[in-house]
Design a protein around this ligand. Structure first.
Ligand code: ATP
Ligand code: ZN
Length: 286
């Protein structure tokens, strides 16, 4: 049998959908039947394992899976011997300290000698140590946000995205201690054949990510505006310039970054660009 890579992904939860989408965008087809633990890709040497996210770093460290997708928070907390090989940019969230809304919290030292509930004792204790705060960490596995209201702790440390869970439990966020996103992790000693498959996968992921961060732009401009317009367009190399049927006019094609998008459009219009078209890029091979 030819070499295959085993990829662990979250079975169902906040990482699942984006993990599956990324894999599909990499052109990898597989049949993810509901409740199936294992499934094989049809057109890529890979097999997928659907697991609880907390178990993924351990399985990758043991070599049961070769690579996996997890939140960086879980990667740090589980403290397994795996390599972080690529940041994936989705499932962004923060791990924060929160206290009851009525507390007049001013600074971190206010938590000295306090009780803090969390599912992330390692990340929290590292943070507290770094800031020389001595507090009593209560590890609980779920519903951390209710700990203060039932009198278990004075504060909590939990994942926050919008803050609505904190709000509905009468808490306020006071410190962000860690920012997380989904990451691709790998077993530290992959065989050369599997490493090669991983490299191929990372190459595809980078192309998908680059495409998402960029747009293809086409515009018309009078010839005498070309110099100024090309100076506004960074492009991959230099822009493509094609003459239009109308004398004295050209069409300019380039690639622009999503982040600077509206500024670039405004500058292009000011420089005389007309009929600007912006289209998504499906893949961008770097
Ligand atoms: P499992 O059943 O697999 O153990 P879980 O309940 O522990 O799942 P999820 O809530 O699905 O975990 O979250 C998985 C990961 O998604 C978290 O570890 C974190 O990295 C990220 N995450 C958590 N909450 C949010 C959020 N509100 N927005 C974005 N990402 C989040
Ligand atoms: Zn979990």
């Amino acid at each position: 049998m030819s070499e295959m890579i085993r990829i662990a992904i979250q079975k169902s939860g906040r990482l699942s959908e984006d993990s599956l989408n990324l894999i599909r965008e990499c052109g990898i087809q597989f049949n993810n039947g509901t409740g199936k633990l294992k499934s094989e890709a049809a057109n890529f040497p890979a097999e997928f394992l659907s697991l609880r996210d907390d178990d993924i770093p351990g399985y990758v460290a043991d070599g049961v899976a070769d690579i996996g997708i997890v939140g960086e928070n879980v990667l740090i907390e589980t403290h397994q011997k795996v390599d972080l090989v690529h940041r994936l940019g989705f499932s962004k969230c923060r791990l924060s300290l929160a206290v009851p809304r009525g507390d007049d919290y001013r600074q971190l030292t206010d938590l000295h000698q306090k009780r803090i509930a969390t599912s992330y004792p390692r990340i929290l204790s590292n943070f507290l140590q770094e800031h020389k705060i001595e507090a009593d960490i209560h590890e609980i596995s779920g519903s951390v946000e209710i700990a203060p209201s039932i009198g278990l702790t004075d504060a909590i440390c939990d994942i926050v995205s919008s803050g609505s869970t904190l709000m509905s439990n009468g808490l306020k966020e006071v410190e962000v201690i860690f920012r997380s996103e989904a990451v691709l992790i790998a077993h530290p000693n992959l065989s050369p054949a599997r490493q090669q498959i991983l490299d191929k996968l990372i190459f595809r992921i980078k192309s998908v990510q680059a495409a998402k961060n960029n747009k293809y732009i086409l515009l018309n401009a009078p010839k005498d505006a070309v110099a100024q317009i090309t100076s506004i367009l960074p492009g991959m190399k230099s822009p493509t310039i094609v003459p239009l049927a109308e004398e004295g006019w050209v069409s300019i094609h380039s690639v622009i970054n999503e982040n600077a998008f509206w500024d670039i459009i405004d500058n292009l219009r000011a420089a005389g660009a007309q009929g600007i078209l912006v289209v998504p890029i499906e893949k961008m091979i770097m």
